[in-house]
Design a binder for this molecule. Sequence first.
Ligand code: NAP
Length: 456
Amino acid sequence: MAYQSVNPYTGKLIQTYPSTTDQEVEVALKNADEFYQLAKTQPIEKRAEKLQLIADTFRENLDDYARLITTNMGMLFTEAQAEVKKTIEFAEYYAQNAAKLLEDIPYNDVPGVRAHVKYQSIGAILLVEPWNFPYTQIMRVFAPNFMVGNPVLLKDPSIIPDCSDAFATVTQKAGIPTGAFKNLLINYDQVNTIIADPRVQGVALTGSEGAGKKIAAEAGANLKKSTMELGGTDVFIVTEDADLDQAIKVGAKARLTNAGQVCTSAKRFIINSKVYDQFLDGLIAEFAKRKIGDPQDPKTTLAPLSSKSAQEKLQKQVDMAIAGGAELLWGDNTPFEGPGASFHPLILSGMQPDNPMYDQELFGPVAQVYKVDSDEEAIELANASQHGLGGTVFAGDLDRAEKLASQIETGQVAINQMLTSHASLPFGGVKLSGYGRELSDLGIREFVNAKTIIDG
Ligand code: NAP
């Protein structure tokens, strides 16, 4: 498996990296174990200082780090700048709050017994991460585990090696111990070897359902704790009393940001029949405004997909959806010409349960629209999915919005706003979208020993 950066807009190879050898993996595991032992004796404030330095380095060279995202996976430069800012936010949140989040918790409900729970490190954690947010995906798991004292070994996607290399360089510049973080350019067999190693106590994967099933099985076979952050088919529900202008603007953004390659992108628009035509006209107008082009150019408003293979996969899925009975409501579904990985935005309707693409994640600028007559119908459709990641509700009546939000079977729902992650809010899924939570207090307690001490 070659780790290569290829510019998805030009199709040009940037550079190829040598793979990590088995011997280098062994050294990384040894160093990781050394950090695990060292961190047990270190005050947490020391790691907070280092994490702050990591955040500062990202801030000082924000545009340079953003540019690497754009050249490796095609994100619009402005969105890439926001991605670096989010990376800083996640690092600073844990630098400032980890000590408090890991404080002992008293448990004094047993008559005559005094006890408390301590949160302690457990050993090395393997991170297997996706390409769609090259730095935040690493930071959201690295930062809490670094603060806990768990060493982190990273297996990043083979298509964004400039970004994972940059992340590793930032951690080195901050002077964290060698074993605290290591970027490994490894194959799937080496991933399995690492999961089986006794020095490794957990694996956190963010990626597709297929990868999730394989890694979760490996973790299970070795009785290692795992968290799975997988894909989604998120709904965007609009009721007839919603602020339509706002719903249309946010809806288009929620589908087209990062060229539609966000796990919580709005993928299924479920619109009340009373406002369906109006909403659809607005969505089409917003989609039509998007300008495909060079993601470095500020005039470009729709980025290319991350790679040629992502483009080919999505084209195949769209072709299958249409062959399976879906209607192309708007857009040009002919394959995009040229060396790059751009993709025309599309709007599909008429997806029925017998369509082979029904409930499949379309990872790109392709919206599906559904017309419903009631909130009950909207919820039935929303939950007729094996996925359970996120969702959005636009409604005028906030009680109604809250009721709809609480009925959607997903890990998070946004009301009358774009769904995004925040450092202090739990993030994760249910059903085939995975298990476990990242960010917030819940994220930092995923890979810890919650040790009960009875002392009185
Ligand atoms: P992917 O193909 O599953 O890859 C994710 C990571 O897993 C990559 O590092 C990949 O390495 C590795 N991998 C894949 N199969 C593996 C195996 N059998 N053994 C070991 N490692 C394996 O997913 P992606 O295309 O990068 O990312 C897109 C997916 O991630 C979408 O489904 C999206 O919804 C999901 N996602 C979810 C969240 C969330 O928080 N829930 C956030 C972002 C993205 P290689 O590149 O070397 O194959």
